[in-house]
Ligand binder design. Structure first.
Ligand SMILES: [Zn+2]
Length: 236
């Protein structure tokens, strides 16, 4: 979106690992070494786990013992059956459609990069025990959510509504996720800035630019008036 507007978010510079970052800052969003990537993953997993807890479903994060051979761990597991008498495992991943290896695919079809990330997760956990269900939660840095993630979040939102009595819980869930992704886009761009430009005013400006120019997609709303509620929930 910001590329379409011709917006420059920083001056060209080198990231901390020596790669060139152009004025649009795209490398900062795809840099494998950015510390914000790990923080984003944990924050997104926390968001999902809190959603289950609020819906009255006890969960554990990064359960051990699901795979006997290679010791793989999913990001979370419900401790009570989720569907068809089976507990649900999930794994979150965030992928950037602006990466060189994805940009062609992203230009050809909406959600293609999120779906690719989701299918890779399905392959990774294909040999999970039949007693468990597995759903990948793949999100693009520009806000698109994979179909498997939509399926899970819609289901979770319905259960939140039943548990909390608030009809807009599904919309709130998508909004919290969308704001989280946008905030971490700002964090990643900040991570990639050289030290002499990381003053507070620059950080604040970058955060505002991301929040205003990467607004959540229309489809994530059940109700277009929910944005203020979501921001209030986040700031409370
Ligand atoms: Zn880098």
């Amino acid at each position: 979106m910001r590329v379409g507007f011709g917006l420059n978010l920083c001056v060209p510079h080198q990231c901390h690992r020596g790669s060139q970052v152009d004025a649009c800052g795209i490398h900062s969003l795809v840099c494998k070494k950015a510390p914000g990537r790990s923080a984003r993953h944990h924050a997104l997993n926390d968001l999902v786990a809190r959603g289950f807890s609020s819906a009255g479903v006890a969960v554990t994060k990064e359960p051990v013992g699901l795979f006997r051979i290679d010791g793989k761990r999913t990001d979370g597991l419900t401790l009570i059956p989720w569907q068809s008498g089976k507990s649900l495992c999930w794994d979150v991943t965030v992928t950037c459609p602006l990466a060189d290896s994805y940009v062609t695919r992203a230009a050809q079809e909406a959600e293609a990069v999120a779906e690719l990330a989701a299918s890779r997760k399905m392959e990774k956990y294909a040999n999970i025990d039949a007693r468990y269900l597995f759903e990948p939660i793949a999100v693009e840095t520009l806000g698109v959510v994979s179909s498997s993630a939509c399926h899970l979040l819609n289901d979770l939102g319905r259960r939140l509504t039943v548990n909390c009595g608030e009809a807009r819980e599904t919309g709130f869930l998508y909004q919290r996720m969308s704001v989280l992704i946008q905030r971490y886009n700002a964090v990643l761009l900040h991570d990639g800035l050289p030290d002499d430009t990381t003053d507070r005013s620059t950080t604040h400006l970058l955060s505002l630019l991301f929040l205003y120019f990467l607004l959540p997609r229309d489809y994530i709303y059940n109700n277009n008036n929910n944005t203020e509620d979501s921001v209030m929930m986040l700031s409370s």
